[in-house]
Write a protein that binds this ligand. Sequence first.
Ligand SMILES: Nc1nc2c(ncn2[C@@H]2O[C@H](COP(=O)(O)OP(=O)(O)OP(=O)(O)O)[C@@H](O)[C@H]2O)c(=O)[nH]1
Ligand SMILES: [Mg+2]
Length: 415
Amino acid sequence: MADWNALTITSSPQDVFIAVMGLTGVGKSTFVTLCTQKEIQIGHKLESCTSSVSIFSFRHKSKTVHLIDTPGFNDTTRSESEVLQEVAYWLSTAYGKADAKLEDRFRLNGIVYLHSIADVRWSGSTRRSLNMLRTICGPENYDAIVLTTTFWDQVDRETGKVREAQLIGDMNKWGQLVHTSPKSSVRRHDQGYKTAINIIDGIIDRGVKYELLIQKELAKPGATLHDTTAGREAQLLWEKDIERFQQELGYAKEAMKESQQQSDGTLVTEMARLKSSINQGRAALSELYLPKKELENRWVSRNTRDVELLQQQIVKCQKTIEDLFKRSASTLSPSSNGTPPPAYSRRTSDESTASSANSLLEQERRWKKDLMAQKMAKLAARSMHINVASALFGGVSAGVAILPLLPYLAACCVM
Ligand SMILES: Nc1nc2c(ncn2[C@@H]2O[C@H](COP(=O)(O)OP(=O)(O)OP(=O)(O)O)[C@@H](O)[C@H]2O)c(=O)[nH]1
Ligand SMILES: [Mg+2]
């Protein structure tokens, strides 16, 4: 069991916290990687990418900036309900109870919401994700949001500009965030450090800390997700989903009757899928009433499992590194028993074996560094949650926020 207290440091109240949100694959982890300037390649090699909240920290303009990488609401490995629970629980625990002092509370300096300009369609997932963002944030905090487009290299400039204008102009899209007061800002990010850090600078220079709507709503005693605007928005979505699935199930049953083939394979599979979706929807609705303690149990066990999984991968990676190291070292090392060096042709092929082993070795080292950074980021998320709770309830002096892990993240970089 990790000693969480050993993984903490005291940070200054001037620290900057920025959440990075958006659908799966829009480039959240890439953005975080660029800003932190660490050689981690999140999203390239891990199948499930970012499946839970992680914190990556870096120094910039004499400040410590903490980027909170979040899972997308259309995560392929987790349901919308699980992602909502994760994000809401983490934000609300860090925020603290209703009677906590403002200076003790965890408040964000901003939210970078990424959107791929290469997306041609305004899909259901895109709409749902934006609705979640709006309701988690609350209209009074829309200026906390920086709507940021990515994937500019995948569209020609003019097409991109037209799409961006459509997003801004349409009140069912970004219009509702940018034509109100306070309003969100719109930025472009081209996968370069400069555009990424400009966005961070804009947030730092604003110097405002926001209390999100969902944080205030969940701080009330006994509040559940159902008592939040985001929870009720999700409820409406899931009720509509269930209704649609039931209707489709009805059609499938009719079709089955008409086909007079009780074992029509396609229809049977389709009906099973619809029934399972209906059950999932019902489960999601009932989970809106889960007490915070249960959300906490789920969050902690998921975080622990993620960390353990990453640790296993690190051990495996280390073993591969050792094997590769032995292989590349033995290939070119002079023979210890005094036999003559190998013939030229043999030597060339050995050199090429050694060079490919070296390149694999390099890849594995990078992969290990990536895994370690991810593990530390998950520990940081957990450490933060535990220590904010203990700062609030365990008598740590007001104004001192206890924050995690910079020495450990730094240690990752020198691996
Ligand atoms: N062409 C192009 N590829 C990008 C851009 N931004 C990110 N990518 C790639 O898109 C893939 C997904 O990027 P991630 O940063 O993992 O996306 P994510 O939003 O963190 O995804 P999840 O963790 O699954 O939510 C990676 O292979 C990135 O290299 C971009 O602007 N242009
Ligand atoms: Mg990610």
